[in-house]
Ligand binder design. Structure first.
Ligand SMILES: Cc1cc2nc3c(=O)[nH]c(=O)nc-3n(C[C@H](O)[C@H](O)[C@H](O)COP(=O)(O)OP(=O)(O)OC[C@H]3O[C@@H](n4cnc5c(N)ncnc54)[C@H](O)[C@@H]3O)c2cc1C
Length: 464
């Protein structure tokens, strides 16, 4: 069975980036119709999996809290972390529209967000994380999806797999093919937007581009197969920074996570010998591969009641606790017994760490030492994983897909993890928030650009 559909804009992939594109076009224009094609909204996309701490510089929420910040400062933080290895124009465009996009999510698309000043995010020189009051991703996604599904000019095709681009004789993109059950769809469109995420769940692409994590678990979206990247390349687009990824520790039993501030605020990591092996505060993305180099490819995070009080409301902490991944121990003996660690060595490790905190001289050169770790303890057995990839199609500041010669592939845009992002070309360039900054702000920029470009005379074929 086959069916032909027509629309003004087709967006492939209904995660944070795609929903923002669709919502922005619908809200910013008076008549444009959007068709959003989503593989399966009942499965968690990366936007649902992430904690959704969204960085933005110069927001009204920061101003109300007396926090000074600016787009240049934000861009400098990103470039410092990635060693200058992201496209400067795109980096500046995303940072300088971050506040505007965040306000748009709240005011036009109905997402509830506030400043989240309570936790430390290393590498940001201002407090600039914003989050849903629940500190979780699912409510943010639910608001965006609710907006799209309730809007009369957005057709939400769920359980529909985009299968390829349609290109006219001049190389311009004029639609997509898709399948929904046993139905074959051809969707004609004036613009096509690729927001299918990255390729974290594509073992072949991981082996080619990120061999160091080829055997690591992937804890992101199962739909992260690199579809949009492959189609963009096939249409003449160019890729860059394909080795970029966010590494992440995860609870080894089930892939749930503890939030990075567990370590940033004073927790430690030990290996199966109950010894520390690294400065735990240096970079959670880069540390993922270090955890995999430990015996058994595991490590144990240990923190105390003071830290637990700070992080207990973060959604991923509640999720990990509910699934039994976080352990409570009244003292060192119980902690060691729970994980079969040598108790005398664990006691020495904790004492050495506490001495370092008191003297300000940590044996691994750790900075930001706060308070000694005191019983009772909390702990989790973790390993290193790949969270999501950050390499992909090269785009300009309107997120149009570019060819080798720098000219745009006509009528093709891409956003979110489908584009070459802001994290350099490996695991060490990732600054917390780079994923969602790109997803939401690229979605907003594409939406504004497409709405402005297409708000011309209505095409003859367009039905209401
Ligand atoms: C464990 C984890 C932790 C993270 N932590 C953070 C963090 O702290 N801060 C941060 O900023 N970022 C974080 N991220 C990254 C962030 O979640 C992503 O960068 C962001 O959500 C990407 O949004 P997206 O819209 O590009 O992709 P997604 O949200 O994954 O959406 C892509 C959508 O495309 C659909 N799709 C794919 N292929 C097709 C197809 N062929 N046809 C139809 N639909 C298709 C998928 O089903 C999916 O719904 C984290 C990610 C993970 C996995």
């Amino acid at each position: 069975m086959s069916r032909e559909l027509e629309t003004d804009v087709v967006v492939v992939g209904g995660g944070g980036a795609g929903l923002t594109v669709a919502g922005t076009i619908a809200a910013a224009s008076s008549r444009l119709r959007v068709t959003l094609v989503e593989l399966d909204s009942s499965q968690p996309c990366n936007t649902a999996i992430a904690s959704n701490f969204i960085p933005a510089a110069g927001t009204r929420f920061q101003r109300a809290a007396g926090i000074g910040d600016s787009a240049p400062l934000f861009a400098a933080d990103i470039m410092r972390k990635n060693g200058g290895r992201s496209a400067a124009a795109l980096t500046h465009a995303l940072c300088s529209h971050s506040a505007e996009a965040l306000h748009w999510l709240v005011d036009a698309l109905g997402v509830q967000l506030e400043l989240a000043p309570e936790l430390t995010w290393i590498g940001h020189s201002a407090i600039r994380m914003h989050a849903h009051p629940s500190r979780g991703g699912p409510p943010v996604l639910a608001s965006l999806r609710g907006f799209a599904q309730g809007h009369g000019r957005i057709r939400f095709l769920d359980h529909t797999l985009g299968t390829g681009l349609i290109q006219d004789g001049n190389g311009a993109i004029c639609g997509i093919t898709a399948t929904c059950g046993d139905e074959q769809l051809r969707i004609a469109a004036r613009k096509v937007v690729l927001t299918t995420g990255g390729y974290g769940a594509n073992p072949g692409m991981i082996s080619s581009h990120i061999p160091e994590m080829a055997d690591a678990p992937s804890i992101g979206s199962k739909a992260d197969r690199g579809d949009g990247i492959a189609w963009g390349l096939g249409a003449g687009g160019r890729c860059a920074l394909m080795g970029a990824y966010q590494g992440r520790d995860c609870i080894s039993a089930d892939g749930t996570r503890v939030t990075p501030p567990v370590l940033n605020e004073g927790g430690i990591a030990v290996n199966a010998s109950a010894r520390r092996f690294v400065d735990e505060r240096q970079d959670y993305s880069a540390l993922a591969r270090v955890y995999r180099q430990q015996p058994g490819k595991v490590a144990y995070f240990i923190w105390d009641e003071r830290i637990q009080d700070m992080v207990k409301n973060v959604f991923v902490m509640q999720q990990a606790k509910a699934r039994g991944g976080i352990m409570f121990a009244p003292g060192v003996e119980e902690l060691a017994a729970a994980y079969d660690l040598p108790a005398p060595e664990l006691a020495r490790t904790l004492e050495r760490y506490n001495e370092g905190v008191r003297s300000g001289n940590d044996e691994f050169g750790r900075s930001g030492l706060t308070r000694p770790l005191d019983p009772p303890y909390y702990a989790a057995r973790i390993t290193g994983a790949i969270a999501h990839t950050q390499g992909g199609l090269v785009v300009d500041t309107a997120c149009r897909v570019l060819r080798e010669d720098g000219t745009p592939v006509p009528d093709l845009c891409a956003g979110g993890n489908t584009i070459a992002g802001l994290s350099g070309d490996g695991c060490t360039g990732y600054l917390s928030g780079n994923g969602l900054l790109v997803a939401y702000v690229s979605g907003y920029l594409i939406g504004r650009h497409v709405a402005a470009t297409l708000e011309g005379p209505r095409p003859a074929w367009a039905p209401m």
